[in-house]
Ligand binder design. Structure first.
Ligand code: SF4
Length: 688
């Protein structure tokens, strides 16, 4: 028997835990702890523990598929490439859109970004960061000049006050939750604000239950209380921040008094007062947030408000402090860094900047140039254009994304996909989206390739190949390179390894300039920015100065605005959505992992006992949930843990898809949808 351990990085959440894959006779059969990782020190959550279970599933895609007369037929790679190239060469650049993937490596995101902008010459490329942290990228860039988590995961344990807002950290990022518990054991106060009394809330010193969508009002009220008591960090404000007087004029208004915000949010005034006092007077205080903050029509304002309170209290550029935006997917930070966004190349170099455009045009050497120096469509805009402007977008290339489960208002998304003339999906399973494709390309998972991914704390870590890909499937970058060659650009995609792609990318990307595989091939890896080969990386951002050209942070005035859709007589409840401990995103991998599936086989809707009583609904009973966009049948979970008037659903489950109900109203800047609040009614299903 041949057995070996191969160290790699977890393919699920953005924490970036490391573990060993156990390989027996050439096949991945288990995971085992890797104790030298400074991120998780050998510990794993259930998803990481069972991250081997989907790898050798019998339903992995192993051969290219081409749809003929509505049915998939097996094809050769050459047939698939020829069809793709013939079709894509027939479309104008602006008729093509690409979706890259937060599940795949940095190298593969870079490769797809180059294929889109260089070979297809389209400006329309995006990925699911649009659906989770687009508001973070926009909001923090506006406040600090850089749109990423400011401190490191280990640093959270140093904090004296941890304020968690809109993040069920203990379920979504359990190994970050471990650092919160370490902070608590070191004497820190833990404040938690969320509509649900989650397992995170149960560990908090102060739990504030609030109505989804009132974040700006809550933060403005806390800032008013801090300023009224003179708890703001006057020296930090004077030396490092612009916009304080304007912010003060906004937050000191009567509408943000503790009493008024108590009415808006549902949080008792004394709790808001206590939270303000603990937070402002801690020696160091950090904020952890996630999609409870970002997935709103005011997502960017929510993020700017988080940045405001941290600048007000001087909690930036030091240990135990910071704005810690917890990214959902394993490589969503990396996919953004790699320029899989419609407005930037790698390292957030703007596509409309003529200098950046020329740098990439010259660096890539496409004889007929690259895409126009103009911003492209966000994925949410792509869906609207497909339904509202027939014929403008005609073809789409998707790597490792499943919009038919992940995007808001699925009926709208289905209409959009049916309006496409030609769809290519590159994935490891025949997902709901792949089933609609004209061509399906079998790709590889994290266990079958080398590469890097960038975790939520900007740490760039390695994947290492542990087994051969199944059947004829190929690594994603190789597929992209061969499509690029079929499009007529073999020289531009003539890579022999993931390392070669990384080096090409790092050469064009200042924040990755100093990185290479040799430096990354260590347990601690490197945090960007790492501009030179002797630079140690940057675990804490904004020490001494912010990333704006003048080094100053900018406070932004944010006015409280309610969600786009609020409860009314017909739809009297607020629906909010999210994830659960045992599943990840659209469930394409976790629902194929037998242990995880056994733990949580399907979805549910959480209903407060008072609401359930009024509706005559019992625990575990099937109910019908209805919004203006659609309806689903789903089991009820009657629980005190959700506040009256608010209901929660996880979004992983196709058979009771929460996104059949959600609202695709968008934040005007980040174009992120309002997954976290829409109006819903719920009915008992009457027996026939
Ligand atoms: Fe994987 Fe996240 Fe769990 Fe760590 S916390 S094992 S990265 S899913």
């Amino acid at each position: 028997m041949d057995m070996k351990f191969v160290q790699t990085t977890c393919p699920y959440c953005g924490t970036g835990c490391s573990f060993n894959l156990v390989v027996k006779d050439g096949k991945v059969v288990d995971t085992a702890p890797y104790h030298r990782s400074p991120v998780n020190e050998g510990k794993l959550c259930p998803k990481g523990t069972y991250a081997h279970e989907f790898v050798n599933r019998e339903d992995r895609l192993t051969v290219p598929l081409i749809k003929k007369d509505g049915k998939f037929e097996e094809a050769t790679w050459d047939e698939a490439y020829k069809l793709i190239a013939d079709k894509f060469k027939g479309y104008k650049p602006d008729e093509i859109a690409c979706l890259s993937s937060a599940r795949t490596s940095n190298e593969e995101n870079y490769a797809l970004m180059k294929l889109a902008r260089g070979a297809f010459k389209t400006r329309h490329i995006d990925h699911c960061a649009r659906l989770c942290h687009a508001s973070t990228v926009a909001g923090l860039a506006a406040s600090f000049g850089s749109g990423a988590m400011t401190n490191s995961i280990g640093d959270i344990a140093e904090s004296k006050c941890v304020f968690i807002l809109g993040s069920n950290t203990f379920e979504q990022h359990p190994l970050i939750g471990r650092r919160v518990m370490q902070a608590k054991m070191n004497g820190a106060k833990i404040i938690y604000a969320d509509p649900r009394y989650t397992c995170t809330g149960k560990q908090a010193d102060l739990y504030m239950q609030f109505r989804s969508g009132s974040d700006v009002a809550i933060l403005n009220a806390m800032m008013q209380e801090i300023i009224r008591n003179g708890w703001e960090d006057k020296e930090f404000i004077a030396s490092r921040v612009k916009g304080f007087e304007e912010l003060k004029a906004e937050v000191m208004q009567e509408k943000y008094s503790l009493e008024n915000v108590s009415k808006i949010s549902g949080i008792p005034a004394e709790q808001l007062k206590q939270a303000s006092e603990w937070f402002a007077n801690a020696e160091s205080a950090c904020i952890l947030y996630s999609m409870g903050i970002t997935q709103h029509t005011v997502g960017v304002d929510n993020v700017k408000s988080v940045a405001n309170i941290q600048m007000l209290t001087g909690n930036l550029g030091k240990a135990g402090a910071g704005v810690n935006a917890l990214r959902g997917q394993n490589n969503v930070q990396g996919a953004c860094d790699m320029g899989a966004l419609p407005v930037v190349f790698t390292g957030y170099q703007k596509v409309i900047d003529p200098v950046a455009h020329k740098k990439f045009e010259d660096g890539w050497g496409f004889p007929d140039g690259i895409c126009a120096p103009a911003n492209g469509y966000e994925v949410t805009t792509m869906m609207d254009v497909l339904t509202d402007k027939p014929g403008e977008l005609k073809a789409m290339y998707i790597m490792g994304e499943n919009p038919l489960i992940s995007d808001p208002d699925l009926t709208h998304v289905e209409h959009a996909f049916h309006a496409l003339e030609f769809l290519v999906v590159q994935d490891i399973f025949l997902t709901e989206t792949a089933q609609l494709a004209d061509v399906v390309l079998p790709a590889t998972c994290y266990a079958e390739k080398d590469g890097t991914q960038t975790s939520t704390e900007r740490r760039v870590q390695m994947w290492r190949k542990a087994q051969e890909p199944p059947g004829q499937s190929k690594v994603d970058w190789k597929i992209i390179a061969e499509v690029g060659a079929a499009m007529g650009y073999p020289d531009q995609f003539a890579w022999e390894s993931a390392e070669e792609i990384f080096n090409e990318m790092a050469g064009l990307t200042p924040s990755y300039h100093g990185m290479n595989y040799e430096r990354l091939n260590k347990p601690e890896a490197l945090h960007w920015p790492c501009p030179t080969e002797d630079h140690p990386g940057t675990p804490i951002l904004h020490i001494g100065k912010f990333s704006h050209p003048d080094g100053m942070g900018i406070m932004h005035v944010c006015e409280y605005k309610p969600p786009a859709e609020v409860p009314d007589e017909e739809y009297p409840y607020i629906l909010t959505t999210g994830r659960c401990l045992f599943h990840w995103h659209t469930g394409s991998m976790t629902r194929r992992s037998s242990t995880l599936h056994h733990e949580v086989p399907t979805g549910w809707v959480e209903i407060n006992p008072e609401d359930a009583k009024e509706l005559g609904i019992k625990d575990k009973e099937m109910v019908r949930a209805i919004t203006r966009r659609g309806e689903i049948e789903i089991p009820a979970m009657v629980t005190e843990d959700i506040m009256k008037g608010v209901m929660f659903m996880p979004f992983h489950f196709a058979e009771c898809a929460a996104n059949r109900l959600t609202n695709n109203a968008l934040d005007p800047i980040a174009k992120i949808p309002e997954f976290k609040a829409c109006a819903m009614k719920i009915e008992k299903i009457q027996e026939a």
